[in-house]
Design a protein around this ligand. Sequence first.
Ligand code: AHR
Length: 333
Amino acid sequence: MNKLIALSGVFLFAFILVSCNGSDNGAGKPGNKAENPEGLIVVGFSQVGAESDWRRANTRSMRETFTREKGYRLILKDAQQKQEHQIAAIRDFIQIKVNYIVLAPVTEQGWDSVLEEARDAGIPVIIMDRMIKTLDDTLFVSWVGSDFRREGGMAAVWMEKTFKDKKKLKIAHMQGSMGSSAQIGRTEGLQEGVARNAGWQIVIRDSGDFAQVKGKEVMERFLSKYRDIDVLYCENDNMAFGAIQALNEARLPYGLFGGLKIVSFDATRAGLEQTLARNISYNVECNPLHGPRVENIIQQLQLGKTPNKIVYVDETAFSADTITQEEIDARAY
Ligand code: AHR
């Protein structure tokens, strides 16, 4: 008798498990599938990593937006700047049947097959921050991020104005993570400036992977080969902080004290403090506060609307000559 009771208990438990996994458990549209008894909208977010202040501010913005109180369950996976980790994360999201996938792609190339898997599973994909390169625009529903080429263009125009009297301009170029939209766009902006100005010469170039420690190492290498640099075109603030450390250790002048001028990107609070101190001469904004923008896209999809395919964020730039403490105090990141 006891055996019979135990056996029926096992069957009952197995039945409950099968029903839970197979049924529509009331999660948000359009997935309605994830293990989600509270009916939250489940968002799988594949983040690049934590390589910079910008990135950490972006992660905070997503965490602060997609809260349980607002009806979301955010599953965040940090890819540590590796595309293979992002592909694995997307496959996990498909497996657990999230309602939406948000991808901040480390690089532009190589997404088609995994995003086809997401599309076949009926999970809408939103691309955030950097872009992907694909011929098939049905692989994502919407993209929100920066116009990185325009950012690079703004920096090049500032250089044209600032150095208009210089016949030769020697530029050291510190690039971000190779193959990322932020690197590609900012590099293109500079290249277009070089094409317009016969006297501009990129004397040395290397990638610091958007990170401070690598930025310092790259700058040390630059300085071991060239001391006679007019401009360091540095593709983000954290690499610029590393470069400043290297310049300080080498006791070389920059910014306010003559020597080379640093152009940077992101305009984070720490970056703007360096701009006010005139260590960075020009800082182009890159806005990381995408959480509410992505939420807006998801809310439109929830209502059955079609969000804009491409959404560019408005951005400005700050010069050491004009920046104010009030602008820094107003900075949310
Ligand atoms: O894609 C945005 C870039 O990525 C930011 O400029 C950089 O700081 C970050 O790591």
